[in-house]
Design a protein around this ligand. Structure first.
Ligand SMILES: *Cc1c(COP(=O)(O)O)cnc(C)c1O
Length: 368
């Protein structure tokens, strides 16, 4: 029986390491609401990410949704974003009563095409919400220029970009706010979890309230809000995983370099480009399949891999704008590149303990 290779495999500390970390919770009996593990993780993450302000959440989606809410954008305002993302990005915009305006992506690294943003700006535009796709960063400098010129807020979906640096600075130092996801499948995980990093330190009070029923303190309930707090057990998992993060990223890098060696000269398979001045996190390894050159299409490759117990993922597919609940926002949008990439992209298995042998097996299954 073949060993199954899934598209991802969560990073975990040794069992004893986690047990050691959670032990004192049996003394404190303080399991959530900004406990010691939560506060320690906040502190360590600020150091690791090189940022001043952070707020932890139960998951990345609610972190993004509440980050948008904190900015108090006008109801019905337009937010320029891309459809080549996880549905969470668009859903966070719409659930805030805002209107997503879909911008196409660039064909090199699949992030927002900055040359097309300006033509989409109207009187109603209030923010740009780009995505650092696969850990590849957006053109943060050009986006910053456009935002200053048109007085727009910039909110990054940095769910894929944990630990990524640009010109020696943490990626979340760009933009007004950035959201990281700490979901089990991400480079750094707290099982479920997420964070908002923000420039204006005065946002902290509202973010804290919005994740805790809108309460400023026990007698003062200021906002209509739900519950999106991170528990002590999740924070403890984060503390353990953060200790091992550099090792995990190095292991991912090894797997990625092995993939590149084996696939770079294969006709009809395009790999992600290297970005200059970027310290990468090797979050994903997508290939773009050109059926005419390669001979078979993306979906056929998935079938071939499956026969050998290897599970790749169409990521991102379908495009968010092709989902029925978001279709109304697509009208008139030119999204040719996004449509083409979504049809031909395939994320191959990648995780820190993916072996060289696994990579060879995967590449063989694709090529032969
Ligand atoms: C994972 C992810 C999210 C949502 O994060 P969760 O922690 O799973 O809620 C949002 N956007 C993108 C691009 C993601 O990959």
């Amino acid at each position: 029986m073949n060993k199954i290779i899934n598209v991802t495999r969560s990073s975990m500390p040794r069992f004893e390491e986690y047990c050691e970390e959670i032990k004192d919770l049996w003394d404190t009996r303080w399991l959530t609401n900004n406990g010691i593990k939560h506060n320690e993780l906040e502190k360590r993450l600020k150091e690791y990410l090189g940022v001043e302000n952070i707020c932890l959440f139960a998951n990345g989606h609610l972190a993004l949704e509440l980050a948008i809410a904190t900015l108090e954008l006008p109801k019905g305002g337009e937010v320029i974003t891309t459809p080549f993302t996880f549905v969470s990005t668009t859903s966070a915009i719409v659930r805030n009563g805002l209107v997503p305006v879909f911008c196409d992506i660039n064909p090199n690294d699949y992030t927002i095409d900055v040359t097309k943003i300006e033509s989409l700006i109207t009187e109603k535009t209030c923010a740009i919400l780009p995505v650092h796709v696969y850990g590849n960063i957006c053109d943060v400098e050009e986006i910053e220029k456009l935002a200053v010129k048109h007085r727009l807020k910039v909110i990054y979906d940095a769910a894929h970009a944990f630990g990524v640096e640009y010109k020696g600075k943490g990626i979340a130092t760009y933009g007004d706010v950035s959201m990281f996801s700490f979901h089990a499948t991400k480079v750094f995980n707290t099982i479920e979890g997420g964070a908002v990093v923000f420039k204006d330190s005065s946002l902290k009070v509202k973010l804290e309230a919005l994740k805790n029923f809108g309460m400023l303190n026990s007698e003062n309930v200021e906002y209509v809000a739900g519950n999106a707090k991170m528990s002590e057990f999740h924070a403890a998992m984060g503390l353990c995983n953060l200790k091992n993060i550099d090792y995990n990223i190095v292991e991912r890098e090894k797997a990625v370099k092995h993939y590149i060696k084996l696939l770079k000269d294969v006709k009809g398979i395009k790999l992600l480009p290297w970005q200059n001045n970027v310290k990468a996190n090797y979050a994903y390894f997508p290939i773009l399949v050109n059926e005419e050159e390669f001979g078979i299409n993306r979906d056929k490759i998935i079938e071939k891999l499956k026969e050998q117990g290897i599970y790749a993922r169409k990521y991102f597919y379908p495009l968010v704008c092709n989902l029925s609940q978001y279709e109304e926002f697509k009208e008139g949008a030119e999204l040719l590149t996004a449509q083409k990439i979504a049809k031909n992209i395939l994320a191959l298995p990648l995780y820190s303990d993916l072996t060289a042998c696994d990579v060879e097996k995967i590449c063989k299954a694709i090529i032969l």
